[in-house]
Design a binder for this molecule. Structure first.
Ligand code: ZN
Ligand code: ZN
Ligand code: ZN
Length: 399
């Protein structure tokens, strides 16, 4: 079935650095269009202002900003960058950014951050700092004098998404079918160039020499492992792990969108798509404490431990005690932005989406931060998409 020349064996890393393009290269590539991104610069702070605060989950990153208040209060333009580096570093469908006008200064009070130089740039030219404790990103990157700031750590929204960049590099268009198509966000602009090319991912073969597996890897390649399909043993009735096999497609695993505040403040993404897979099925072996390769952990609540790469900051794992009745039966959430599915970012040959029931969407807005408008559009559109494509929008259990 597979051309043997295209097969890589499970375990070893598979990073395609030559395919990665930094924002410096990509955003310059959209050239004429990119100037419209900086229209936020027309905003002048000359009257009442409202102050907003951002904080990562552990409190290491703290930022404040003053935005025009009163009549002058119009939302700043925000963008979703679906480039390969954004998807892999956030562990989701991309980076969600608001571009600050040059006149608007961000004040930050933060502890030590870890630096990671984006592939394809000189040292220090374009790095993507992240919190060394909880893994949240601090995306303050400057392009043409404007700060590009993550939307996800703020206590309230002061932006509106107006554009999507490089969505075609996701191969299956990733998030696009779930994005707003109606008011007030119907005017999303798409910026695609040929600058961001996703490598042609090929199936990975397990160490037994025949089993088809799916590669998951952080952006720097320090964390790299593979996932099999649900085995006969896993699918046996009465087995605890069987409940994580996709109900309508027995050869796939369950996947869902997590909008919870805890996930947002650790991943710096408005939501993370998680795929649920038994830990013991991963190759090479992932230990129960998740300390392997370049993985670091952060306990974000009594029940939840998160795993991210200490070298590049990519979000990789979610481990909840609710899905770990015993050491042999631990089920991990794997951040789907790390996957290298040949069919595309939604990995539809590997997962069934719980399209009918979002998780944690009640923790968006109402003083909890996040973006209620974007959230409601996505949770509605994934339902419609699933109904149209699969004739149903599943609401299966994920615990
Ligand atoms: Zn932190
Ligand atoms: Zn990007
Ligand atoms: Zn890494």
């Amino acid at each position: 079935m597979f051309n043997s020349m295209e097969i890589t064996v499970s375990g070893g890393r598979e990073t395609h650095f030559e395919c990665l393009r930094s924002h410096k290269v990509l955003w310059d590539d959209v050239n004429g269009d990119v100037n419209s991104i900086f229209e936020n610069d027309e905003i002048v702070l000359d009257g009442d202002t409202v102050e907003y605060k951002a904080q990562c989950h552990c409190g290491n990153i703290q930022e404040t900003i003053k935005v025009p208040g009163g009549d002058g209060n119009k939302p700043l333009k925000a963008y979703i960058c679906c480039c390969t580096i954004c998807r892999q570093t956030y562990g989701g469908f991309g980076g969600f950014f608001v571009v600050l006008p040059k006149s608007m200064k961000l004040s930050s009070k933060q502890g030590t951050l870890e630096d990671w130089d984006t592939p394809g740039t000189e040292e220090g030219e374009e790095n993507r700092p992240f919190c060394g404790t909880c893994g949240a990103r601090n995306s303050v990157e400057t392009i043409r004098g404007c700060a590009i700031v993550d939307t996800s750590l703020w206590n309230a929204d002061f932006w509106k998404f107006v554009g999507v960049m490089f969505s075609s590099s996701a191969k299956d268009d990733g998030l696009v079918p779930w994005l707003p198509k109606e008011a007030p966000l119907q005017a999303l602009e798409f910026y695609n160039t040929h600058g961001d090319v996703t490598p042609e991912y090929v199936p990975v073969i397990g160490s037994n020499g025949w089993e088809e597996r799916l590669r998951a890897e952080c952006c720097c390649g320090g964390v790299s492992f593979t996932i099999p399909r649900p085995s006969q043993e896993v699918r046996e009735e009465g087995n605890y792990l069987e409940r994580f096999v996709a109900p309508a497609h027995g050869g796939r695993w369950k996947a869902y969108l997590d909008f919870s505040r805890e996930t947002r403040l650790t991943s710096t993404s408005p939501f993370i798509p998680w795929m649920l897979v038994p830990r013991v099925e991963l190759e090479p072996e992932v230990p129960s404490d998740l300390i392997f390769q370049t993985l670091q952990t952060y306990q974000s609540s009594e029940k939840i431990t998160r795993g991210f790469c200490w070298a590049c900051g990519s979000t990789v794992f979610l481990k909840s005690t609710d899905r770990c009745p015993s050491e042999a039966n631990e089920v991990l959430g794997i951040a789907m932005g790390t996957l290298k599915a040949p069919e595309g970012v939604r990995a539809e040959n590997w997962v069934e989406w719980r399209a009918g029931k979002p998780y944690g969407d009640d923790e968006v807005g109402l003083g909890l931060g996040g973006d209620p408008v974007l959230t409601s559009h996505i949770t509605e559109n994934i339902k419609k998409w699933s109904l149209e494509k699969y004739g149903d929008y599943p609401e299966f259990d994920i615990m």
